[in-house]
Design a protein around this ligand. Sequence first.
Ligand code: AMP
Length: 221
Amino acid sequence: MKLVMMGPPGAGKGTQAERFAREHGVPKISTGEILREAVAAGTEMGKAVKAVMEHGGLVGDDLIIGIVRERLAQPDAQAGYVLDGFPRTVPQARVLDSVIDGSCPLVIVEIQVPDDELVRRVRLRRICARCGTAASAFGSVGTAVCRECGGALVQRSDDTEDVIRERLKVYWRETRPMIAYYHERPTYRVVNGALAPEKVRDALVTAVASAMGRDPGAQSA
Ligand code: AMP
């Protein structure tokens, strides 16, 4: 299982990736989460990326590619993974193609949601200050604390309205060309992310199964 979840900020990639990865026993690898951890820990890398992230820009390809190469080489990623937020540019997608060994096809799922709905969702989004889990991922919405670890729920510093609009612009400019890069592949699928999370989850399971030439019933947990 090697799955790329593509989609604009607020499309539900993180939530769906988390669940899908858990149900399939593979790690979810989120470059945004790795970077946020580095910023919170105040590492050199964190200091280098903080301002770019706060303004909604993209971190340089070389840095991100280095992070992902290292993460994909870890033992837990050998049986597969779900990528959330990577690749985001065509050069990143090319590198990913060069590191996968071809033993199992790369499935690419694009989650589509209209822009106005994305802005609405991102403004309401909360994540756990301690473990980074999205409140929506484990039903913590409406509660004061994370259901996973009890940490406080907070707004991401890049989830303000101005920054979201900038991130959407960046998405359409930088990430959209990746769709052209992937879209002729037999393993590329589109899912309607405007539906309720449970319906998106079902559509995702069906899309991945069809991309892999399997019966969806055999895939879902
Ligand atoms: P995300 O959590 O995926 O929305 O990512 C949050 C922020 O981290 C983005 O707005 C970028 O600044 C940065 N980031 C995450 N993944 C990447 C990537 N693959 N390439 C460049 N920047 C990234």
